[in-house]
Design a protein around this ligand. Structure first.
Ligand code: UD1
Length: 417
């Protein structure tokens, strides 16, 4: 079983380049199913989740070709089947994003229900509500969702919660519907804007992405396109926190500073110096780390995908920090793992209270999910002795070459088989 071994590391120093965003490329790959012509996509990160989505596209009938290290050409000339199998959907929740495009393109989709995961039950009711409003007849049987329609027709849809995935799935379904869909209380994440830009570059008519109201005018057909994925704000944020946590000084390249405002604000509040440039950010650790109150919220609020990494950093803060998780109901598994390393933390409902000034020491821990895994690496670099992280596949879902990238910055980290 593969493990990551981390030892107390010196202050991270140097320059690091961020990859294309995982949470952008997954819906964009799903959206290539909307179009019969070639779509060329650049800055594709080398991640396990991307491989799963490409495999799913192939099963559905698309041709996936590698044009270079970070470029793919996808051609979904014909759809071979409208059924997305359990083997692939169960590997990655985001593969449910093929439902909207399949329904739009084939008027029929059978997709395995994604089920829960370590961070919560994660229902899909909002996705299905959107498809129903657009005119789909939905049946759930034997673990699959079956959606059929004569034709999709644009409607006004209000999302009870600004779900990222539901917003993306509904945008994709509405792209080929008849008439206009107005999606209210939509998610505003930069990845939604990237998806809308991608679809618009294929001839789609989407306005308002990045705000709470998105208008999608249905079109009959889309054409091929070429697109570059936006930088991964969570990968960037993870290295920013790693710099502050280890007393380091990092220049992080290929970022959109505007996408990282809550992370930048919280790092400054903790005492780090953050310099913003057009497409890079420099983070210099302060002499000490100050305690923080953090509340996760939909964008532009503080991202839930960054709270675990901040928890690792705040282990050595002066004073009490509080992290309030409002997006997922069970996203503190990393707290339990870090407490085995000496983190003084108390969980109260959806809040974690950190006493601060914890002296971390290396231990055997489990990456319970993707961001938890990244947080344990940060904790491992701060801890005395050796930390052994198992269930590394979670980390590989969302961070390409994390071990090599951190070694280049001076970290004492290695894979062990
Ligand atoms: C996306 C991101 C993930 C991030 C999350 C929140 C991708 C591939 N993943 O996940 O990294 O942590 O946004 O920023 O982009 N919900 C419902 N019903 C639904 C859909 C969602 O109740 O139909 C709930 C979920 O259970 C959760 C909350 O809404 O509590 C947010 O989920 P959502 O925004 O949909 O997250 P994902 O799109 O799954």
């Amino acid at each position: 079983m593969e493990k990551i071994i981390v030892r107390k590391s010196p202050a991270l120093k140097g320059v690091i380049k961020v990859d294309g965003a995982k949470n952008s490329i997954l819906p964009i790959l799903a959206a290539t199913l909307l179009c019969q012509e070639e779509c060329i996509i650049h800055d594709i990160p080398d991640l396990q989740d991307v491989k799963v989505m490409c495999r799913l596209l192939e099963v559905l009938g698309a041709k996936v070709e590698k044009l270079g290290r970070e470029t793919l050409k996808i051609t979904a000339k014909n759809i071979a089947t409208c059924e997305a199998p359990y083997e692939l959907i169960s590997k990655m929740r985001a593969s449910f994003l093929v439902m909207g495009p399949l329904l739009a393109r084939c008027k029929n989709a059978k997709v395995c229900m994604p089920g829960g995961c370590a961070i919560g039950t994660r229902p899909i009711d909002l996705h299905l509500k959107g498809f129903k409003y657009l005119g789909a007849d939905i049946k759930s049987e034997s673990g699959y969702v079956n959606a059929r329609t004569e034709k999709l027709v644009g409607r006004d849809i209000y999302l009870d919660f600004p779900s990222v995935g539901a917003t993306e799935n509904i945008i994709m379904a509405a792209t080929l519907a008849e008439g206009e869909t107005i999606l209210e209380n939509a998610a505003e994440e930069p990845e939604i804007v990237d998806l809308a830009n991608f679809i618009n570059s294929m001839g789609g008519k989407i306005v308002g992405a990045g705000t709470k109201t998105i208008r999608i005018k249905g079109v009959k057909k889309l054409h091929g396109t070429e697109h570059t994925v936006i930088p991964d704000r969570i990968e960037a944020g993870t290295y920013m926190v790693a710099a502050a946590a280890t007393g380091g000084d990092l220049m992080i390249e290929n970022v959109v500073p505007n996408h990282l405002q809550p992370v930048i604000a919280k790092l400054r509040e903790a005492g780090a110096t953050v310099e913003e440039y057009d497409d890079k950010i420099r983070v210099k650790a302060g002499d000490t780390i100050k305690a923080l109150d953090i509340k996760t919220l939909p964008y532009p609020g503080f991202p839930t995908d960054m709270q675990a990494q901040f928890m690792a950093m705040l282990s050595k803060a002066e004073g009490t920090s509080i992290i309030n998780e409002t997006i997922f109901e069970n996203r503190f598994m990393h707290a339990t793992e870090m407490s085995r390393m000496g983190l003084k933390v108390k969980l109260e409902g959806n809040s974690a209270v950190l006493k601060g000034s914890s002296k971390l020491s290396g231990a055997k821990v489990k990456a319970t999910d993707l961001r938890a895994g990244a947080a344990l690496i940060i904790a491992g670099m701060m801890a005395e002795g050796e930390t052994e992280i198992t269930e590394v596949y979670h980390i590989k879902r969302g961070y390409s070459n994390i071990v090599k990238k951190l070694q280049n910055l001076g970290a004492d980290i290695n894979y062990e088989k």
